[in-house]
Structures are given as C-alpha cells and as structure tokens.
Ligand binder design. Structure first.
Ligand code: H79
Length: 582
C-alpha cells in the first residue's frame, strides 16, 4: 500500500503507532503525537554547538587538530585536569541571546537546539548537580541559557536542549574517556548523580522545551534509557525525544550527521538531518569550508521532499559570537524562505520517487510545489502525474506558467534562465486533494536505472569539494583518519543486486589511482565492494560500466566511494554513480 493514500494526519498517527514505546500513558501518547505534528510542520531549525572547545578552536599546543572541533579533548587525550582549566578562560562577553534568536528567526527557522552539555561533560547552564558548569567555573558567572530560552519564547521559536547522556569524558562512569579512567564502567552512579539531576534541571528551568536531543548512545542499558525517557515525559509530556536516546526509545529519528536519505523515507516515522555549515560543529578558527547557500537551500527542499526536517548548525566563538559567514549564509536562506516558505513549512513529502537532481516536489492538499534545483532550460517534463492540473504558476511573483498535460506527462514551459538559481518553485494546482501518481513513478518505488549524484551524497573529509558547474565532486585526498569520501544513504530503499556505472572525468596526468565503491552494513561492515582503476578521460566526462555487482540489503547503512592506496587521482571529478537493475 502506498503511503500517499493516507491523509497527512493518518500518516502521522501511523508513524506514532510504530514509534512510541509501550510504557507511555495515554496522556503522554496524545501530547507526543500533537508535538510531533507541530515538529513536522516546523521543517527547519538552528543547532548550536557551544562549549569550552570553542577556546582551543581546533588547535592544541600550537598544532592543528583534524576533525570536528568539539572532539578535541578526545582526539588529543587531554587530561580532565588540564581541560578543566579552559573554564577559567571562558568569558563570552559578546553573547547576546536576543541576537542569536533573531538570527534563527531571520533564517526562517522555527526551532533551536543548543548544547546544554556535550561529550566533554561541561554544563553550559547553571547546574546544582555538578559544579563543572558555566556559572560556577567561569569568569562569565551567568547562565546564558536563561536569556536564550526567553529570547526564543518571545519570538515563537521552539527551544530545545542537546544533552550528551552517554559519553561524558569528565566522569569515570560516563563513556569515552579511556585516558584518565579505567576501561570498566558503572554508569549507574554517573546517571544518578549527574545525568538524571541535570536532565531535571534543564526540563525545569527554561520553560517549555520543544525537544531534548540526546546523542551517541552505547553504554546505557534498556532499563536505564527507560528511566531517562520516563523522567523527561513525566516532567514535560510534550517534550519530544530524539532517537539517539538509544534502544529505540525516541519519538522521532535522526539520520546520521550530515546524512540525507536518497529516497522519500516515511515508513519509519518522522526524521531530522543534523548538519554542519562547514566541517565542524564546535567553532574551529581555520575551518572556512562554508557550504554554498544554493547547496543548503536545495538540501532543505530535498530533505523536506523526502519527509524530513533540517537542523543546521552554528558554532559560536568563546566570546559568544556566531561566525559572520554562518550569519550571512543563514540570512540568505531566510530571504529565500520569506518568499518561498509556503512550499516548505507544513508540507508533506513528495508523492514521486526521486531520480536525478533537476527537481523535487513537496505537497499540500490540492497542490504540488515543484522545486527546480538545476535549471533544465525552457521545459521541465514530469512523468507519472495522473491528477488533472488546473493551473501552474511561479511561487515568487505569482506569474502563470504555461503547461501541457497528456498521457501522464506534465510539461511546464519555463523561461530560458532560472528566475532563482537557488530553487525556483512552481506551484502546480491539481483537481485531487492528494496527487495520484502512476505505477513506476510513485514514492516508494525505484526506476530501473537510479542515478545517485555527487550532490546527493555526504561529502566527508576536509578537502573534498562540490562544483555546481560540472555537477561533480573532487578532492579525494587520503588520510589516516577522515579520508575524503562520498557516502550515499539508502535508508532501506535499495534492497537488491545492482550493476554500477560511474560518470566521471579525469585528466590523464593524474590518472591511475585505485578506487573502491562499497556498501557498509550495520551488521557486517564492508560486505561488498567493487574495485578498479581510475583511467584518464582526457578531462572529459565519461560513463563506464564497473565490473561485478553491488549487493544492497535492508541493513545497508551506506554506499561509499573512495580512492585506495595512493591519491594521485584526487582531482578527478565524480558526477554520479548509476545503479542498474540487471
Ligand atoms: O554533536 C555533534 C558531534 O560531536 C556528535 N554528533 C553531532 C551532532 C558526534 N559524536 N560522535 N560523532 C559525532 C561521531 C564522531 C566520530 C569522529 Fe572520530 C570523531 C570521527 C572523528 C572524530 C572518533 C575519534 C572516531 C575517530 C576519531
């Protein structure tokens, strides 16, 4: 049965029936369901990673530290006693909660999530449960979360806290710190003395929380996680809990960090993509690898068309300043949303399967919003729409768009150039409340040839770059950790055995590196791969059939591409892989 036959409410009710743990009371279930519907309408939120790690900002003892900035204590195995010293320097005199909340508002965001305590164990709020907190240990001596939660409330933004429940590198009972503490852990005293009291504090002291965002589960048992969930729901029944609480006890799902499902994904309920604007969550002074607003606006449309929310991160400095480039990017997104928000907020997922990167669809009763991400020229053909189209127009400016519709093919007549290079939205009004889509084109199905473009992948590593002109990624440098790679995330959509084609260009002078394309299953890491040599193409894009097959199972977490051995061919340009059903 296709999901599109359910109404919007029916769909959400079904998601909740699948998702909610049995222990919830009827009241908790009802409040959670209502909160989930509201959360689904929000679509776009601001993530803030702010903590002591903003002081070293990606450098330790004069040495650059690769990887995400908030992991510096772990990466450098900094002793607790030494890391604690950072608190004495933490003085965010430029912090202004009103400005941060206003930035989220200007960006068109509907909710905010900020780190109350990250893996380093330092509480960024006034905590009675642990003296290791911003009020008691820093020259700032104030609780910034009071200002921020109030500033969000004033603007109608939902406010939520990130809380690292499982990893805590400051505590012997928390997970992660194997350089100060013995390997063996008893989490219970840590839970009783720090986690439970602090979770009570953040639920009790900052008004209504839209959600609580736990992270990196692993150590805690099912009963321990059930206690944590029970505590949250007892204090604030409507406060949503994310899946990273662990053991399937969340109300909604996180994808991996920066990981976007390749198809419409609604069978497992509501989900959210946490993502960075550069390559770090916590501030790093040398990370200037900012994503293009066009990329981010396209990703917002892409994620919403697949059924998700987008939670985009900023990492303020230790002075309390959100980096200028982050502010500019978010305000650019806000300008687009101010005009095109109707095609994002409160919409439901695309009724069409996803193939290619030309367009995406979002839906409201009687309407489809066609998001044109890569301009096709004077005509866009949409196959498989069976509902009668009554009108088409540009969302920005409302100008009518001429169209023809015959034999299941809708053709929109477009200007030669994109009116909005970020995403031009065409409103297609239809005679049915829910679009009817023909077999072979519907969400939940797959075409015989499925293109997975570099644009749809997660670009991993600090050197890999995407180029809009050639629609390709380059910079496949190899490192001990964080080798540059592309990852695609099937999220159960792709089960089957596929032949693969690679579309790429490579200058002859840098040809010759080995590549590896592989699937990674949660159960069996790297259980299938295709390997070969990157041949020179005289710099032109070519499509080559790869040897062998790629077997994708329901458990497949990722499909990944990387260079092996040497990285001489790092400048090669990879446009897409094509999965072909034999
Ligand atoms: O809060 C952000 C991250 O700090 C957190 N989730 C987002 C929202 C996160 N926790 N763990 N991870 C992300 C996975 C991190 C893995 C790595 Fe590493 C950290 C890769 C590089 C640094 C651990 C240390 C594995 C390799 C070195």
């Amino acid at each position: 049965m296709s999901w599109s036959r359910f109404g919007r409410i029916g769909l959400v009710a079904m998601m909740i029936a699948l998702a909610l743990p049995a222990q919830d009371s009827a009241q908790v279930k009802a409040e959670t369901e209502k909160a989930l519907r509201h959360f689904d309408d929000n679509k776009f939120g601001l993530f803030i990673h702010w903590g002591l790690y903003a002081i070293p900002a990606g450098e330790w003892k004069g040495k650059y530290v690769r990887g995400i900035g908030e992991w510096i204590m772990f990466r450098e195995k900094i002793p607790v006693t030494e890391y604690e010293g950072l608190a004495r320097q933490f003085n965010p005199v430029k912090f202004n909660g009103e400005e941060w909340a206003q930035l989220a508002k200007d960006a068109g965001m509907k909710y905010m999530v900020i780190t109350s305590k990250h893996h380093d164990g330092f509480a960024m709020f006034g905590s009675k449960a642990s003296g290791y907190n911003i009020v008691d240990r820093t020259p700032f001596k104030r609780d910034p979360m009071k200002d921020l939660s109030a500033a969000c409330a004033r603007r109608g933004l939902d406010f939520g806290f990130y809380y690292s429940q499982d990893q805590d590198w400051h505590e012997a009972g928390g997970r992660g710190n194997n350089w100060d503490f013995p390997e063996k852990r008893d989490a219970q005293p840590y839970l009783n003395n720090k986690v439970f009291p602090q979770v009570k504090e953040i639920l009790g002291g900052y008004g209504k929380l839209g959600l609580i965002w736990f992270d990196t589960p692993g150590l805690l048992s099912i009963p321990q996680v059930d206690s944590l969930r029970g505590m949250v729901k007892q204090l604030q029944p409507s406060c949503l809990i994310n899946s990273r609480i662990g053991h399937g006890r969340g109300d909604y799902t996180q994808t991996g960090d920066n990981a976007i499902p390749i198809q419409v994904y609604v069978a497992d309920g509501k989900w959210e993509v946490p993502a960075t604007l550069n390559d770090t969550w916590g501030f790093k002074k040398n990370d200037q690898n900012w994503k293009d607003p066009r990329d981010l606006i396209g990703k917002l449309a892409d994620i919403v068309s697949k059924g998700g929310n987008y939670l985009l991160n900023v990492g303020p400095t230790s002075e309390g300043v959100i980096p200028k480039p982050s502010q500019e990017i978010l305000r650019t997104m806000g300008k687009w949303l101010a005009v095109n928000g109707e095609s994002i907020y409160g919409t439901s997922a695309s009724p069409f399967m996803i193939n290619g990167i030309t367009w995406r669809a979002t839906a409201k009763p009687g309407k489809l919003f066609i998001h044109i991400l890569n301009w096709p020229g004077r005509s866009l053909k949409i196959e498989g729409l069976e509902s009668k189209v009554t009108r088409a127009s540009l969302l920005a400016g409302k100008a009518a768009v001429k169209f023809t519709q015959k034999a299941g093919m809708l053709e929109l007549a477009l200007p030669a150039k994109a009116p909005d290079v970020n995403d031009t939205v065409v409103v297609v009004e239809i005679a049915d409340s829910q679009a009817k889509v023909a077999d072979g084109h519907r969400a939940g199905q797959l075409p015989a040839r499925l293109d997975l473009f570099a644009w749809e992948s997660r670009l991993r590593g600090e050197e890999v770059r995407y180029d809009f002109v050639t629609q390709s990624a380059h910079g496949f440098r190899r490192f001990q950790s964080e080798t540059n790679m592309l990852y695609w995330y099937p999220y159960k959509a792709l089960e089957g055995s596929y032949q693969v084609e690679l579309t790429y260009a490579c200058d002859d002078a840098v040809a010759g590196s080995n590549y590896r394309l592989f699937v990674d299953d949660r159960s069996k890491p790297a259980n299938g791969s295709i390997e070969g040599v990157i041949n020179g193409t005289g710099g032109k894009f070519v499509t080559v059939k790869l040897p062998g097959r790629l077997d994708v199972t329901k458990q497949t977490n990722t499909i990944a591409f990387q260079l092996q051995g040497d990285d001489k061919s790092a400048p090669m340009k990879l446009r897409k892989i094509t999965l072909v059903r034999p």
